[in-house]
Design a protein around this ligand. Structure first.
Ligand SMILES: NC(=O)c1ccc[n+]([C@@H]2O[C@H](COP(=O)([O-])OP(=O)(O)OC[C@H]3O[C@@H](n4cnc5c(N)ncnc54)[C@H](O)[C@@H]3O)[C@@H](O)[C@H]2O)c1
Length: 351
């Protein structure tokens, strides 16, 4: 098969590109604008493959998308390109509407035109797979889980823009018969995570001897999913999922943010003890909360387990250990990014 991946230079997209090239015989086209969040160093280890191609392009640029699709002739489009950081969506929501809503519309329009041009067998085979977030469902109280039937209730400019893109994808399936699939997943973590996101940010700041900024009381709950488990789920969905269907993907790993930060500190204490013998946890500092910060997200991933046989293989304990070790072993990768993009700077205070 020929898989067209948008956003393949980012965190999850690059994990998918690496997974497909290392575990299948598929051809992969990585279509990415290389915004601040995208770097080709994430796919360096597979870039020599003769089954891999890269096109630098913007998903909002219909001509560029059309040309890349026409040349590559994909069987599947997996659409991951997006603006993805909630804090940045508070400072500059316009880019989120543009990329996530207008960009997804452009991808759908071009995918549909291409799909209509295919012969019947190829049209049957074609899939448009949209990758989205559990944040579209809003915020949970102490109990309950998001299912695929939970009504949408996005609260941040980021989640609102993703909800808008999900609705467009669903509409293209219902109205035009385009064979679409949507996955909504929980918070990912793992190697090559851009160091503005919670887990890598804490590792970077801890090693720099800086304060570890915990938003509010740190009592927000997220369901953590190891990125390599996520890309196996994506692979199962575009290969075997039923067109028109949504699948929730979660890690069965609910943790409070403070617990996550303390776990990172404990692993660093063991793997890279501080010279003064103190714990990295002494660097924890409570800072102003994110405006509109959702309290709790948690996923019911029964459907993807029952229908496609997918389950996460990593517990939070095994996944976080691998992640911290990876950041210790790959300091060159993130130091360059932190220096170039001030990735460790606080954003999203709405002032
Ligand atoms: N990271 C998570 O925990 C998480 C959870 C649920 C869903 N998602 C979704 O998964 C997808 C990937 O997330 P991620 O964490 O890898 O994001 P990321 O920010 O790490 O990567 C995004 C990639 O998209 C590219 N991109 C951005 N705008 C583009 C444009 N206009 N045209 C082409 N390429 C563009 C960037 O260059 C980058 O390589 C997103 O759609 C996101 O909403 C992420």
């Amino acid at each position: 098969m020929r898989i067209f991946v948008t956003g393949g230079a980012g965190f999850i997209g690059s994990a998918l590109v690496r997974h497909l090239l290392e575990n299948t015989q598929y051809e992969v086209l990585n279509f990415d604008k290389l915004t601040y969040a995208g770097t080709l160093t994430t796919v360096e280890r597979v870039a020599q493959s003769n089954r891999y191609r890269f096109v630098q392009g913007d998903i909002c640029d219909a001509d560029a998308v059309r040309a890349a699709i026409a040349e590559f002739k994909p069987d599947v489009i997996t659409h991951l390109a997006a603006e993805s950081h909630v804090d940045r969506s508070i400072d500059g929501p316009g880019a989120f509407v543009q990329t996530n809503v207008v960009g997804t519309y452009t991808m759908l329009a071009e995918a549909r035109a291409y799909w209509l041009s295919l012969d019947e067998a190829a049209r049957e085979r074609f899939r448009f797979h949209h990758i989205s977030t559990d944040e579209v469902y809003g915020s949970l109280g102490e109990t309950g889980l998001f299912t695929e039937e939970t009504p949408y209730d996005p609260r941040s400019p980021y989640s609102a823009s993703k909800a808008g893109s999900d609705h467009l994808v669903s509409a293209w399936g219902h109205t035009f018969g385009l064979p679409v699939l949507i996955t909504n997943c929980s918070n990912n973590y793992g190697p090559y995570h851009f160091p503005e996101k919670l887990i890598p940010l804490m590792i970077v700041k801890a090693l720099a001897g800086a304060a570890l900024p915990v938003y509010g009381k740190g009592d927000q709950v997220r369901d953590w999913l190891f990125v390599e488990d996520h890309v196996r789920a994506l692979h199962a969905v575009f290969e075997r999922g039923e067109p028109g269907r949504t699948y929730n993907v979660g890690g069965n790993n609910e943790k409070q943010n403070l617990e996550v930060v303390k776990t990172v500190c404990a692993i660093l204490d063991r793997l890279r003890p501080r010279a003064d013998g103190q714990s990295y946890a002494t660097q924890i500092t409570y800072v102003a909360d994110r405006p509109g910060h959702d309290k709790r997200y948690a996923i019911d991933a029964t459907r993807i387990k029952d229908e496609l046989g997918w389950e996460p293989t990593e517990t939070f304990e095994t996944g976080i250990e691998k992640t911290v070790a990876w950041y210790l072993d790959n300091q060159d990768w993130w130091q360059a990014i932190v220096a170039e993009h001030s990735a460790d700077q606080r954003r999203g205070l709405s002032v």
